[in-house]
Design a protein around this ligand. Structure first.
Ligand SMILES: [Zn+2]
Length: 189
């Protein structure tokens, strides 16, 4: 199984996810692929919808160092306190960054890869990552939580992402059976 990053506005990023009730070999493979992609892309967090999987699974890795990642299954936020505005990016939104308000301190409950229940109090950077990834599991994306000033600055780039998705779609419809992305096999146009 080889997974890849899914870019906005793919439906899987916007439609929510199903709880995980059993850890299967498939699920372990998905986690392995997510780890590989997270570190190849130098991210600090990755949610399953970002690799096309609509399940309540995410990785959180505040240091960005392989081995430090936490596998988070079926997460929920029990309590949230304070608010802080900070800069965020997202692997599903290349070259888009902006300021997003988040709770400063959260109490969370989730299950690990053995489905053991865990509870932690998180604050600051790791709490921010946790909230960003949990939003993905609920079909929410960070551009919709940005401050109005940040959102205005990235509007053009968001439109570019929407247009390139439409172009890919149109190309697939006009060339059924074609497996290469536009331009990849032919001469540049
Ligand atoms: Zn993200």
């Amino acid at each position: 199984m080889a997974l890849d990053i899914v870019l906005y506005p793919a439906p899987v990023l916007l439609e929510g996810t199903a709880p995980i009730v059993e850890v299967t070999d498939d699920l372990r493979q998905i986690v392995g692929e997510m780890r590989r992609i997270l570190f190849e892309e130098r991210g600090v967090g990755l949610a399953a919808p970002q690799v096309g999987i609509a399940q309540r699974l995410m990785l959180v890795c505040p240091t960005g160092e392989p081995g430090d990642e936490i596998v988070v299954i079926n997460p929920e936020i029990l309590t949230a306190e304070g608010e802080e505005i900070g800069e965020e990016g997202c692997l599903s939104f290349p070259s888009i960054f902006g300021k997003v308000p988040r709770a400063v301190a959260i109490k969370v409950r989730y299950q690990d890869l053995e489905l053991r229940e865990r509870e932690f109090e998180l604050s600051g950077w790791v709490a921010r990552i946790f909230q960003h990834e949990l939003d993905h599991l609920n079909g929410e994306v960070f551009i919709d939580k940005m401050t109005p000033e940040s959102r205005a600055k990235v509007e053009d780039r968001i439109e570019q992402l929407r247009r390139s998705a439409e172009d890919l779609q149109r190309n697939a419809e006009e060339n059924p059976g074609a497996t290469e992305p536009p331009g990849a096999a032919g001469t540049p146009a």
